[in-house]
Write a protein that binds this ligand. Structure first.
Ligand code: NAD
Ligand code: DAU
Length: 331
């Protein structure tokens, strides 16, 4: 099988490529990635001789057409993915997340190629902190940020291309991922690399916001389950019952580094900051028999800390500029 992985040099995409090469040697992987600030050739270095990496944009219709024509399956991870960046400049979010997804859909429609669209739980907006409810595949779309609204728009494009043109597509909406190769602008790797540098972790607001953490390996095993067993046109929510508030996450990291639970600082909150995300993954579990492997958050976090300690050369070049951007916003 020939698989085209868009965004395969980013966090989740590169982990997907590693897992695929390791567990499915019969699959031929081609990565299409624009190598933006969030994409890194080095993230694919361990598998470089087993895959093809094409540097280019998913908005380039001619390139996309040529690559899709040579594929049996497209797994679409490429996106502008960071909420804080989308508040500073939404432009690349509209271009990549909306126009890029549209460009891919037109190509898979023309060539009759199976498509899996990677999306986020943020399309559903947020839940109250004291609400026992979780997101389900029928929760109404209600995105808050330029990032999540462009992801919501991309999901709707996929649904329309399935219904109107018979495109063979599935969609997955996953909660917050953690693990190796995550850009240090994101919450967990930002705090890990701060702690390695002897800098106190930075908590937005009071730290009460809840995220539903899942290890990236579990996200990607669910994606393969959907590709292999999912029903065309269906949406599957991916989550591993990992709800934690941000304060708890920072406290756990401080403990892992042998520091006091209070050794962090509060910084400016994110405008429009979503309160809580929580996934009901029963459709994925019951229909496709998927289960997560990383059920102990603390040990998953310890392994992630070890990875950042052992791979300083991978993240160090981006650290200063990333922190300067946050400092300019009082974060
Ligand atoms: P990331 O920012 O780490 O990686 C994105 C990748 O896409 C980068 O390699 C980047 O170079 C590439 N890219 C950006 N614009 C492109 C373009 N125009 N053409 C080709 N490549 C382009 O993102 P991530 O965290 O790995 O997220 C991957 C996908 O998973 C996204 O669709 C995101 O919405 C979704 N998602 C992420 C999470 C999470 O917790 N990180 C959770 C649920 C869903
Ligand atoms: O829910 C899935 C989404 O998770 C994905 O769609 C996004 O691509 C991904 O970036 C992530 O979005 P969040 O906005 O939840 O992730 P982020 O890592 O930016 O922040 C996680 C939480 O931590 C959030 O409540 C904001 C908070 N935070 C973040 C940073 C960077 C802090 O308290 N301090 C920080 O320094």
């Amino acid at each position: 099988m020939r698989v085209l992985v868009t965004g395969g040099a980013g966090f989740i995409g590169s982990n997907f490529v590693h897992q695929t090469v390791r567990e499915r040697p019969e699959v031929q992987v081609t990565v299409l990635d624009a190598l933006t600030y969030a994409g890194d050739r080095e993230s694919l270095a361990p598998v470089a001789d087993k895959i093809t990496l094409v540097e280019g944009s998913i908005t380039d219709a001619a390139l996309v057409d040529e690559l899709v024509a040579d594929s049996d399956l497209v797994v679409h991870f490429a996106a502008e993915s960071h909420n804080d960046n989308s508040l500073n400049d939404p432009t690349p979010f509209v271009e990549t997340n909306l126009i890029g997804t549209f460009t891919l859909l037109e190509a898979v429609r023309k060539h009759g190629v199976r498509f899996h669209h990677i999306s986020t739980d943020e399309v559903y907006g947020d839940l109250e902190l004291d609400d026992p409810a979780k997101f389900t595949p029928t929760t109404p779309y209600n995105p808050s940020s330029p990032y999540s609204s462009t992801k919501a728009g991309s999901d709707l494009l996929v649904r329309a291309w399935v219904r109107s043109f018979g495109v063979q597509a599935t969609i997955s909406n996953c909660s917050n991922n953690y693990g190796p190769y995550q850009h240090i602008e994101k919450f967990i790797p930002r705090q890990i690399t701060n702690l390695i540098d002897g800098v106190r972790p930075k908590l937005y607001g009071a730290g009460q916001n809840v995220r539903d953490w899942i290890h990236v390996e579990d996200h990607n095993s669910a994606v393969w389950a959907i590709i292999e067993k999912g029903r065309i046109g269906e949406t599957y929510l991916i989550g591993a019952d990992g709800e934690k508030n941000n304060l708890e996450v920072v406290e756990t990291l401080l403990e892992i580094f042998g520091l006091e639970k209070t050794d962090f600082e509060h910084v400016n909150d994110r405008p429009g900051h979503d309160l809580r995300y929580a996934i009901d993954a029963s459709k994925l579990r019951d229909e496709l028999g998927w289960t997560p492997r990383y059920t102990d958050f603390r040990s998953g976090l310890e392994a992630t800390v070890d990875w950042y300690k052992a791979n300083e050369a991978w993240w160090r070049p981006a650290k200063q500029a990333t922190e300067a951007k946050y400092a300019a916003q009082g974060q």
